[in-house]
Design a protein around this ligand. Structure first.
Ligand SMILES: Cc1ncc(COP(=O)(O)O)c(C=O)c1O
Length: 371
């Protein structure tokens, strides 16, 4: 937020900033999706819907699991939510009591910790590094649970901020450990669709009891539509329906209609993803030449989590300097990991190819001037 407001001040004063700090696609929502919403806006009564979401969308999401992963999901277990953000609140309220201990990755998506804090749930950080491949492992969960009992594990793949996609066997082992220990396994799959040369597997392939959180925000380029979904074990659906009814009434009607069309916009979405892939190649080629090539091997999402420990242990100050001197906005790792994030910055390559090329040249100048 500090970086964003400093960037805004520079831009208002007429300066130029390349935004590599934003965690969202720069491309507009594909035309096919917007057209579906326009038709509904003109022709439908834009009303409340069922608290669990429109039946047609739940069916369509169910089909997506069969087509993409070969996994059968009864649409009755799918809950449409106001972005994955609302999905988290609903799932955590349904799964965890105040005081519950839930393992989360460090670094990780900051809202996890903050939602937990708001709900009185204790986030138990699992430090990630080269040794564990930058993912929560089954072994780490076993260890933590032996120290003091956990109620659940919240993992994501591909991950924010690292861009790391869990290997099939790692995900299977993690799901297996949770099952054996009787822990809830919540799998945030919001960056699915955005992998480069590897496949992201759904946790449902290994555990039908896993709680899946997903969203149309990232691959489908629909951040502002605020639409996502949960897949729940059947016995949780009724409780979540009651929570959803009372907390949100229903997810937004137009966004639900639009989201249904998202599954038919794959040609447009793949073209956008090809742009991310080109940006990623550019950075993977150029960053090592600037001494910025260290960090987790990112094969998903649109992030690189760059080790800057040779430059600083205060990533907030470094991000400020990169912004002021080079006109490139990046996110300090401290946002994602209060303990070790001082040695990292996150760079998002979801912007245009022209912006990424310009960012590379500005970063070169910055590194050279500060060498
Ligand atoms: C890992 C992760 N999960 C969830 C979200 C929330 O997304 P939304 O509420 O738009 O679905 C984000 C947003 O950046 C994220 O990075």
């Amino acid at each position: 937020m500090d970086v964003l407001s400093a960037a805004g001040a520079i831009e208002r004063a007429g300066g130029s900033v390349i935004h590599m700090e934003l965690g969202e696609p720069s491309a507009p929502t594909p035309r096919r999706i917007r057209d579906a919403a326009k038709r509904a806006l003109d022709g439908d009564r834009v009303s409340y819907t069922e608290a669990l979401g429109r039946g047609a969308l739940r069916e369509r999401i169910g089909r997506h699991y069969r087509d993409t992963y070969g996994v059968t999901v009864d649409p009755a277990r799918i809950v449409v939510t106001t972005g994955s953000s609302a999905g988290f609140v609903l799932a955590f309220l349904a799964l965890f009591e105040p005081g519950a201990r839930v393992a989360v990755s460090a670094p990780g998506y900051p809202a996890y910790r903050n939602i937990f804090a708001a709900l009185g749930i204790e986030a138990v950080p699992v430090p990630l590094d080269d040794a564990n491949g930058w993912t929560i492992t089954g072994a780490a969960v076993e260890r933590l649970h032996a120290e003091a009992p956990l109620a659940g594990v919240l993992a994501m793949s591909p991950a924010n901020p690292s861009g790391v996609t869990m290997k099939r066997e790692t995900l299977a082992a993690l799901a297996g450990a949770c099952r054996r220990l009787g822990l809830w396994f919540v799998s945030d799959e919001i960056y699915h669709g955005l992998t480069y040369g590897v496949a992201a597997e759904t946790a449902l392939a290994f555990d039908d009891e896993a709680v899946i959180v997903n969203s149309f925000s990232k691959y489908y380029c629909m951040t502002g539509w605020r639409i996502g979904w949960l897949v729940l074990p059947e016995r949780l659906v009724r409780g979540v329906e009651r929570l959803a009814q009372n907390l949100y009434i229903s997810p937004p009607y137009l966004s639900q209609v639009a989201a249904e069309a998202a599954f038919d916009a794959i040609d447009e979405l793949e073209a956008i993803k090809a742009g991310y892939a080109a940006n990623r190649d550019l950075f993977l080629n150029e960053l090592p030449k600037m001494g910025l090539g260290k960090g987790p091997a990112a094969d998903g999402a649109f992030y690189l989590y760059i080790d800057v420990s040779h430059l600083t242990d205060d990533s907030l100050a470094l991000s400020g300097a990169i912004l002021r001197k080079a006109g490139v906005a990046v996110t300090p790792g401290l946002d994602f990991d209060p303990d070790n994030g001082g040695r990292f910055i996150r760079l998002s390559y979801a912007g245009s190819q022209a912006d990424c090329r310009e960012a590379v040249s500005r970063l070169y100048s910055f590194v050279t001037a500060n060498a």
